[in-house]
Design a protein around this ligand. Structure first.
Ligand code: NAP
Length: 454
């Protein structure tokens, strides 16, 4: 153990980064944590990912505020590790680094037309309506008749729901004002959610599916023929998990509903994969292929294309087929799974050996899965491994582990960096703006606005 507090850098101020920080600062050992984020705002997907009409989920930020108030905590925002400060430079100053920067980009579908105007990754659309400054200017055209959402996860359900909310449902939320304006002008009257497998294999969770049935101005539509399980799913149903069974039951119940007078529809489709997005310069239609299901050797169910295709006219395609992690130079990366290879959170080198002082947690450790709470257990495992290594003297041995040297590193390489107090002034400002309107906050959404509060 060094004869001074151990200095840990945590990269990424989202749920995984905060939970890991909290666990370290609660430990008996003397530890100081510097939490880095590339944005001037913390909380990761709690701010920039969770749907604005889910304020209860966002309430977890109170836990993060308590962690930030612990002695030994500092935050540096507006610094990108790998761009402003390298992994090697961090290693010169910290006893250990925990990478917790998530999965910032989208998975590709690799089909023709994927990059036409009007074909947008759901990850970008979500970031846009949530006021992420990198996506402030995304400017999606919502003055079209139909949107098609590809994918059957919770993000697909979130973006579909956001597209059909009534203005009164959006008004009390912290959706970016630029997005509220665009949603108000939207002419979308049908949102198709297309899953490549069946209702039993869908990745969304039941509370999210149930919400689709309670929308103020949109009906959920499912063709009974498509809701009916195929033979393989029928065989699997009895052994399926209760949540998966509930999903099927909900889909079957929706299929019995009749259309009401609500002006919008969310149409749920199954066993359809995208083949091609077509249009003259921008999205006009999407060609889908009908799938059948097949059991693989490992017992899982996969979709296999048939020769039946169908073309759906649409002006917007949201590709919601998952987030994807990116590497940081100098840190091993599993190119296939897009995660940092690890053992219990200890980053591994190319030979599969733990790299002293390098750890990972959250989506960059396990891939983009689970809910916010999943990161707590995940971060505790990583922080626990780090604490064990600290006690055993197995951490990395930095050259200049002083606060002075770290402050110089930051000011030399990123003079525009901001500290936690800056975020607190953004936070107070946003809340004060929102308060008279009964909104949790009105977000500052552009880099200029955010950095002007510096
Ligand atoms: P996800 O749950 O992994 O869903 C991805 C979906 O994309 C799956 O339906 C998958 O189908 C489909 N897909 C993948 N590749 C495809 C392709 N080439 N063509 C067609 N479909 C394809 O991912 P997500 O929706 O991005 O969510 C990420 C995580 O955040 C999840 O754990 C989710 O639960 C969580 N989240 C939670 C909430 C909430 O709690 N309210 C909200 C948002 C997100 P297959 O299953 O066939 O692979």
């Amino acid at each position: 153990m060094p004869n001074r507090p151990a200095r840990i850098a945590v990269i990424g101020a989202g749920p995984a980064g905060f939970y890991a920080t909290g666990h370290l600062l609660d430990a008996e050992a003397a530890i100081e944590v510097d939490l880095f984020d590339r944005l001037p705002t913390p909380w990761g997907l709690v701010r920039a990912g969770v749907a604005p009409d889910h304020p209860k989920i966002k309430a977890v930020s109170k836990v993060f505020e308590k962690i930030a108030a612990k002695p030994g905590f500092r935050m540096f925002g507006n610094i990108e590790i790998g761009r402003d400060i390298s992994h090697t430079q961090l290693l010169e100053h910290y006893d250990a680094i925990i990478y917790a920067y998530g999965a910032q980009t989208d998975r590709r579908m690799d089909i023709p037309g994927e990059d036409l105007v009007g074909s947008i990754p759901a990850t970008a659309f979500v970031a846009w309506y949530n006021g992420h400054p990198d996506f402030y200017n995304l400017d999606p055209d919502l003055q079209v008749d139909r949107a098609v959402v590809i994918g059957n996860g919770n993000v697909a359900v979130d973006v579909a729901r956001m597209l059909v909310l009534a203005p009164e449902e959006l008004a009390p939320t912290d959706t970016g004002d630029h997005a509220i304006e665009q949603f108000a002008k939207s002419t979308i009257n049908d949102v198709v959610i297309a899953g490549r497998r069946g209702p039993l294999q869908a990745a969304y969770t039941n509370p999210e599916l149930l919400e689709l049935g309670e929308l103020q101005i949109a009906d959920v539509i499912i063709d009974p023929a498509e809701a009916a399980l195929d033979a393989l799913s029928q065989a699997d149903f009895a052994e399926a998990s209760q949540p998966d069974q509930r999903n099927v039951e909900t889909v079957l119940a929706y299929a019995q509903r009749s259309r009401t007078t609500k002006p919008r529809t969310v149409t749920m489709r199954y066993l359809l994969s995208p083949l091609e997005i077509r249009g003259d310069g921008r999205v006009e239609e999407i060609v889908m292929v009908r799938n059948r299901l097949e059991r693989t050797d490992d017992g899982s169910i996969r979709s296999v294309a048939t020769d039946q295709t169908e073309t759906i006219p649409c002006g917007l395609v949201l590709r919601s087929v998952g987030y994807r992690g990116l590497p940081v130079e100098g840190v091993s990366f599993d190119e296939k799974r897009c995660v940092i290879p690890h053992a219990e959170g200890r980053a591994l080198d190319a030979a599969g050996q733990p790299v002293p002082g390098v750890y990972c947690t959250g989506w960059i450790k396990r891939g983009p899965s689970g809910v916010i709470g999943t990161n707590k257990k995940d971060a505790f495992e990583t922080a626990g491994a780090l604490l064990e290594d600290l006690a055993a003297g197995r951490l990395h041995d930095p050259l200049s582990p002083t606060i002075k040297a770290i402050d110089a590193l930051v000011s030399d390489h990123r003079p525009e960096a901001i500290e936690y107090g800056h975020w607190q002034s953004i936070d107070a400002h946003e809340r004060a703006l929102g308060d008279p309107h009964g909104r949790p906050r009105i977000k500052l959404c552009s880099w200029d606005e955010l950095l002007a509060k510096r």
